[in-house]
Ligand binder design. Structure first.
Ligand SMILES: CC(C)(COP(=O)(O)OP(=O)(O)OC[C@H]1O[C@@H](n2cnc3c(N)ncnc32)[C@H](O)[C@@H]1OP(=O)(O)O)[C@@H](O)C(=O)NCCC(=O)NCCS
Length: 190
């Protein structure tokens, strides 16, 4: 298995997998191996960067060279079936029951995802975020230590596509696509 991405997440994932290196494009570090054009044919890989848009374009690039996206689950999670390609569930995370996880989702170290949450494609749940009763839109980014509080009326709290929730936020409102919310209680800054 190849870890594609040599930033913090790539190195952390390599360590979890017991690999000695990760691969990167466009990196000046001569000790680093290079991108998907240099890999063995039909390599299995995982693209590991925190930003879902970047992760998705890395997957597309590697696949264009004939490589195959894999998945990683080192959390406390028993998926009902196979995980989707390029899903990454890092060490110390806890995912309970009836959770939907689409392609390319990242659940980072120590995050907690409660029952019935829906994680749409290439969203990123960063370390120690806590999610209860929510739907996280495609490419959305939940910062480290953020708390997403479920809606009172039993519906899922909505976080729109490509929205960003800042580190440490306590989110008690729905968030529209592309918005940025920070603080406790969270307020919209963009
Ligand atoms: C939300 C975030 C993306 C905003 O970044 P940004 O657009 O560069 O915003 P800025 O730093 O310009 O800050 C804008 C304002 O929001 C405030 N702010 C930014 N992030 C905040 C946060 N997490 N909590 C509270 N306030 C925050 C700033 O203090 C600033 O307020 P001011 O205008 O009164 O001075 C970023 O701060 C953040 O929290 N990123 C998540 C980091 C993370 O989880 N990394 C995980 C690595 S594994």
């Amino acid at each position: 298995m190849i870890v594609y991405g040599a930033g913090g997440l790539g190195r952390e994932l390599s360590k979890e997998m017991g690999l000695s290196c990760c691969y990167a494009d466009d990196l000046d570090d001569p000790s680093m191996s290079c991108g998907p054009d240099t890999w063995e044919p039909n390599s299995n890989f995982i693209a590991a960067v925190g930003n879902g848009m970047v992760r998705s374009s890395m997957v597309k690039k590697a696949m264009s060279f004939g490589h195959r996206p894999n998945w990683w689950n080192n959390g406390d999670y028993d998926p009902p079936g196979r995980l989707q390609p390029n899903v990454i569930i890092m060490k110390g995370s806890l995912l309970t029951v009836d959770i939907t996880i689409e392609e390319g989702v990242l659940v980072n170290i120590g995050a907690m995802v409660g029952h019935d949450c829906i994680l749409r494609k290439y969203c990123s749940i960063q370390p120690h975020a806590n999610l209860s009763g929510c739907e996280v839109g495609p490419f959305a980014y939940i910062g480290m230590g953020a708390n997403i509080v479920a809606a009172k009326d039993g519906r899922l709290r909505q976080i729109g596509a490509s929205a960003v929730i800042g580190a440490g936020a306590v989110l008690t409102h729905d968030v529209m696509a592309g918005e940025v919310w920070v603080g406790n209680p969270a307020r919209r800054i963009r």
